[in-house]
Design a protein around this ligand. Structure first.
Ligand SMILES: Cc1cc2nc3c(=O)[nH]c(=O)nc-3n(C[C@H](O)[C@H](O)[C@H](O)COP(=O)(O)OP(=O)(O)OC[C@H]3O[C@@H](n4cnc5c(N)ncnc54)[C@H](O)[C@@H]3O)c2cc1C
Length: 338
């Protein structure tokens, strides 16, 4: 029986894969990628499936699920630690280990689903932190050069939900990621206003790592943003749209604005969606906006990818009609488009 990708995505959507391979070692991962490339077959690299929308028709090629393991800390003389992590490790397990080991800098990224190897792809971020702040280097298999390469942080092209790996999506298979952490018991200064409020501190204050993790997990759970099989609000790919960057003159009255160095302002996709008339829980039938968070498009139980895409288009087009701002999807679309 062909493997259904719905069984491997957090949206629980996606048809069958022609071939499905699980790679438990780096050698197996590279061998599977090389075999697909040499056969001229389409390839999909799959981590936790938490940022993927796969077509109902499935994937006409090889899907390689990355299940490599290994976390290797290497203490540095100046009190820091370099931790090299295999791509297939669970991101949140790594964060939990960081918090219990006193590795500072990823505590606010607690509760994000998926694999470590996917985190550099869109420079995963939340609650004032992003992985670009702690990644030292990313080791990849380069499918064009057919060899292993290591990119130092400065060469990864990190930006808001972006990197050179996302810009050139078919080229790099992440094998491992090296993080550079400071060591300590207090987290990085809390930069995010909502998190600072929930912790009862001013912005910029440092609090114990454990308190940051517990508070972030609580905030995320309240928004359906931690996976919970019993909660359809978490049958999603997280935020479906990125926050747009607009010319200040085009900013709608009352919209949140975060000024950028290039003169544009970043605004809130959630605000735009709500003010275009889409409330939490919008939608009838098999898909809907999360009842807890406007930005998450969710599978209410028996959805097809086509249903989800129709809802995404309705929201995107509604926002564009109201504000002349076109939202862009954050998850990777496979075999389908908006
Ligand atoms: C409930 C929920 C909450 C979320 N919250 C956040 C959040 O707060 N912040 C945030 O940034 N994201 C968030 N996300 C999105 C998602 O969890 C992240 O983008 C995560 O890093 C995806 O990891 P994954 O292993 O599931 O990747 P997948 O979904 O399996 O893959 C995503 C993309 O990365 C590629 N990829 C995966 N592994 C590799 C690899 N080893 N080498 C090369 N390419 C690879 C895939 O081919 C695909 O293009 C959330 C998702 C959900 C469901």
């Amino acid at each position: 029986m062909a493997e259904r990708l719905a069984d491997h995505t957090t949206l629980r959507l996606g048809g069958p894969a022609t071939r499905f391979v699980t790679a438990c070692t780096e050698d197996e991962l590279v061998a599977a990628v090389r075999a697909a490339d040499e056969a001229g077959e389409p390839l999909l690299v799959l981590g936790g499936g938490s940022n993927l929308v796969v077509a109902d028709e499935g994937f006409p090629g090889t899907v390689v699920r990355v299940a490599t393991r290994g976390i290797s800390p290497d203490v540095e003389g100046d009190g820091g630690v370099i931790v090299t992590v295999a791509a297939g490790e669970s991101w949140d397990d790594l964060v939990a280990r960081a918090v219990s080991s006193g590795w500072v800098g990823v505590e606010a990224l607690s509760g994000i689903p998926g694999s470590v190897g996917a985190t550099p792809i869109q420079n995963v971020g939340a609650y004032g932190q992003e992985v670009a702040q702690t990644i030292a280097s990313v080791r990849v298999w380069d499918r064009t050069l057919r060899g292993v390469r290591t990119f130092a942080n400065a060469d990864c092209g990190f930006g808001y939900r972006h990197s050179r790996f996302k810009a050139d999506p078919q080229r790099h298979v992440v094998l491992s990621v090296a993080f550079q952490f400071r060591q300590g018991s207090l987290g990085a200064p809390v930069e995010y206003a909502e998190l600072a409020r929930a912790l009862g501190v001013e912005r910029g204050v440092r609090v114990p790592l454990r308190d940051v993790r517990d508070t972030v997990l609580r905030l995320r759970a309240g928004k359906g943003m931690v996976l919970d099989a019993d909660d359809h609000d978490s049958w999603s790919a997280g935020s479906f749209f990125t926050n747009p960057f607009v010319d200040p003159a085009a900013l709608p009255d009352g919209a949140p604005a975060w000024p950028q160095p290039d003169g544009t302002v970043k605004t809130s996709a959630a605000w735009l969606i709500e003010h275009a008339g889409f409330a939490k829980g919008h939608g009838t039938g098999p898909v809907g906006l999360s009842t807890k968070h406007t930005l998450a498009l969710t599978n209410r139980g028996h959805a097809r990818t086509a249903d989800l895409l129709a809802l995404a288009r309705e929201v995107r087009d509604g926002v564009e009609a109201r504000f002349v701002i076109r939202l862009v999807n954050e998850p990777v679309l496979v075999g389908c488009e908006l």
